[in-house]
Ligand binder design. Structure first.
Ligand SMILES: [Zn+2]
Ligand SMILES: [Zn+2]
Length: 346
């Protein structure tokens, strides 16, 4: 399947990723040692696109890649001569998981979130630094979440300046793994184990077994799909933010092996048509069924406001409510109690 953002090979089935993951960012026997740069000190090394690349595996240490980007920023005059590596921005590896060593990067393996950059410089970074696949400009303070707080607020997005922002976080749980793809400039995901632990706790209590689970503010679908993996018989994903829903549908496809489901073609086509028709409508209101997957379990995907979800969902065992950190989940939780036997605030 081609990447929906750049038509490249950014999205691949979870099985393939999991097979390669532990080698993906590892140094080979011939890789040069860690350059041991101080990331906070003024950085004067002149790093070009060939500097420090392993002649055998072709990968480079993360700090050399960032140093290469910093050299471009300094040359342009945007950054002072004494800027430090740390000032470049936030590097996100394309397939994220906790790596116990500094990653060695191959081609198109890093998305950079930057505060100070122009479109022209972003294009230059993409063309001159082969490891960087996307440059995203952050707008607003780092604490401000991407997406929509609720359906009454204007969406807040970062700006993809060059390349592709599609990347993936690999989720490990006691009952299986998932690859959760997202467009990093449009979809917020606070990636932390606490959320995963809450789903694991439900699993260990036997509460997912054969249950009907609603993930009311699903984003790219991590918690709902994790519940599917944990034994739920029916899972309803819902979000009002269209980019999140598009990522959630992609994640069902990319994890369909582990989830034991297939997106029903007809429904998928209808969903695409519905999405086409709805493209002007980034923020959903009345929930619209946009995709359905069947197999070992059933997954229904709705684009709509959680506050209207009771019209579509007549009953469920557990409704997960995962709001942005700045939103009080009480209002949503109260409404979800109309159709859910139990509401779990994540
Ligand atoms: Zn892409
Ligand atoms: Zn190497």
């Amino acid at each position: 399947m081609n990447c929906p953002t750049c038509s490249g090979d950014c999205v691949r089935p979870a099985e393939e990723i999991l097979n390669e993951l532990f080698q993906m960012y590892m140094a080979c026997g011939s890789c040069p040692p860690d350059p041991l740069f101080n990331k906070s000190a003024p950085f004067y090394e002149n790093i070009e696109s060939s500097t420090g690349r392993c002649t055998k595996c072709g990968k480079r240490h993360l700090d050399l890649v960032i140093g290469n980007v910093l050299a471009i920023l300094k040359e342009s005059g945007l950054f002072p001569r004494d800027a430090a590596l740390r000032e470049v921005g936030t590097p996100l590896i394309a397939f994220g998981y906790q790596i116990p060593y500094p990653p060695r990067l191959g081609d198109k393996s890093l998305v950079l979130i930057m505060d100070s950059v122009t479109r022209e410089l972003a294009d230059k970074i993409i063309s001159d630094v082969p490891e960087v696949k996307g440059v995203v400009k952050r707008t607003g303070p780092p604490s401000k979440s991407i997406g929509i707080l609720d359906t009454d607020s204007a969406p807040h997005t970062y700006e993809l300046l060059s390349g592709c922002d599609m990347r993936c976080d690999v989720v490990f749980s006691t009952f299986g793994e998932l690859c959760i793809y997202k467009n990093q400039s449009k979809v917020h995901i606070e990636f932390n184990n606490t959320k995963i632990n809450k789903i694991e706790a439900l699993y260990l209590n036997g509460e997912l077994d054969n249950a009907v689970i609603v993930d009311g503010l699903c984003g790219p679908g991590m918690l709902g799909l994790l519940s599917t993996l944990g034994g739920a018989k029916k899972v309803i994903l819902n979000d009002a933010w269209l980019p999140a829903i598009q990522n959630a549908i992609l994640n069902i496809r990319m994890n369909s092996g582990a989830l034991g489901v297939r997106i029903e073609t007809e429904e998928a086509e209808e969903a695409e048509e519905a999405e086409e028709a709805d493209r002007s409508k980034l923020i959903g209101g009345e929930p619209v069924l946009v995709a359905k997957a069947k197999g070992r379990t059933e997954i229904f995907v709705y684009h709509g406001d959680i506050r209207a979800l009771g019209k579509e969902v007549k009953g469920c065992d557990i409704c997960l409510v995962d709001t942005f950190p700045s939103v009080n989940p009480a209002e949503h939780a109260a409404l979800c109690r109309d159709f859910a036997r139990k509401v779990v605030i994540i």
